[in-house]
Design a protein around this ligand. Structure first.
Ligand code: HEC
Length: 154
């Protein structure tokens, strides 16, 4: 009965079509591999150079980096800044791009007690809503954009 067989096939395949993100394949390699050298990540995560203008937006945006919730930073249009973290003014003169990259990717590599979120890390997190599972807070390109922006803060 080909029609019934087709219907069965459709029912079994449909969830993967409708909910592709529940498929286990690919989840493990969702992150670009990177290498920590000393206290930094010297190699960019992407081939496309970071764009400081997009990085400024990603750092300020409350649905992306939301860095200002913890850091005073020179973004005049933001109404308020938190002060749990140090001011980021001048951080591009204090830290190299490699150092900046590791601090955004996973600050806990340097200070396991850090309250700063690991923006490019998905393993070992608890209480993550299903739709955010296996997704870093910032994409590899957004990390590069934010690094490029911070490097301009001299
Ligand atoms: C929940 C609070 C919090 C958020 C959100 C946060 N940070 Fe941090 N950040 C900290 C703290 C606290 C430190 C101090 C070092 C530590 O404890 O790890 C820090 C340190 C840093 C440093 C090192 C500064 C220095 O002078 O050594 C950089 C760079 C940095 N953060 C960038 C960012 C960026 C960019 C974002 C957004 C993408 C961000 N942080 C979001 C709390 C935060």
């Amino acid at each position: 009965m080909p029609a019934l067989r087709f219907a069965r096939l459709l029912v079994s395949v449909l969830p993967w079509v409708v909910f592709p993100c529940t498929m286990p394949a690919g989840a493990a390699d969702a992150l670009v591999p990177y290498r920590v050298v000393g206290d930094g990540i010297p190699a960019p995560l992407t081939d496309t150079p970071g764009d400081p203008r997009r990085g400024r937006v990603a750092a300020a945006n409350s649905t992306q980096g939301n860095c200002a919730i913890c850091h005073p930073m020179p973004i005049a249009e933001l109404p308020v800044f938190g002060n749990l973290g140090p001011p980021l003014d001048g951080v591009g003169a204090r830290l190299t791009e490699a150092q900046l990259r590791l601090r955004i990717v996973d600050a806990k590599r340097l200070n396991p007690q850090s309250i700063m979120p690991a923006y490019y890390h998905v393993a070992g997190l608890r209480r993550v809503a299903p739709k955010f599972q296996n997704q870093p807070m910032l994409s590899a390109q957004e990390i590069e954009d934010v690094v490029a922006y911070l490097a301009t803060l001299k």
